[in-house]
Design a protein around this ligand. Structure first.
Ligand SMILES: CC(C)C[C@H](C(=O)NO)C(=O)N[C@@H](CC(N)=O)C(=O)NCc1cccc(N)c1
Ligand SMILES: [Ca+2]
Ligand SMILES: [Zn+2]
Length: 159
């Protein structure tokens, strides 16, 4: 099964980027998760210690026991592991990027929403309008970032 076998998932923000206010990071992450909970029965609960399903961290280059590495400024912006125990669901953002809550640099909400798609079981889409399209397209973050392709994908797992 490509998805989580439960609807109530926990997440924990392990560390914060210095690029943004902590409250702005909390909001961007929460909204990035809400994009998906709005169209599925999924619920997300923030915890501040212990092991969460979705452990979120800002990292650079080779980091911890993560099998994937970051590449400095630009290029890869983040990665997330598909549902499962341990590393499954964990989401990392490349701290060598300039993270913002507006149009400058890379919008954390938009990248987070994309990465959480992976953390919930989605892979990349060839639909240019999809949030799960491989490349970052700077959308107006206030616009609804999910395309029908994204909704079909997530509802095929958690319908
Ligand atoms: C092979 C992967 C590790 C690439 C990585 C990715 O897809 N992470 O989910 C990534 O950071 N891709 C860049 C594009 C690239 N340089 O390969 C990206 O912008 N992904 C985040 C993103 C954010 C918002 C929207 C979309 N469509 C994509
Ligand atoms: Ca990078
Ligand atoms: Zn991706």
């Amino acid at each position: 099964l490509p998805g989580w076998r439960k609807y109530n998932l926990t997440y924990r923000i392990i560390n914060y980027t210095p690029d943004m206010a902590r409250t702005a990071v909390d909001e961007a992450i929460q909204e990035g998760l809400e994009v998906w909970s709005k169209v599925t029965p999924l619920q997300f609960t923030k915890i501040s210690k212990g092991i969460a399903d979705i452990m979120i961290a800002f990292r650079t280059r080779v980091h911890g026991r993560c099998p994937r590495y970051f590449d400095g400024p630009l290029g890869v912006l983040g990665h997330a592991f598909p549902p499962g125990p341990g590393l499954g669901g964990d989401t990392h953002f490349d701290e060598d990027e300039n993270w913002t809550k507006d149009g400058a640099g890379f919008n954390l909400f938009l990248v987070a929403a994309h990465e959480f798609g992976h953390a919930l079981g989605l892979s990349h889409s060839s639909d240019q309008t999809a949030l799960m399209f491989p490349n970052y397209v700077s959308l107006d973050p206030r616009k609804y970032p999910l395309s029908q392709d994204d909704i079909n994908g997530i509802q095929s797992i958690y319908g």
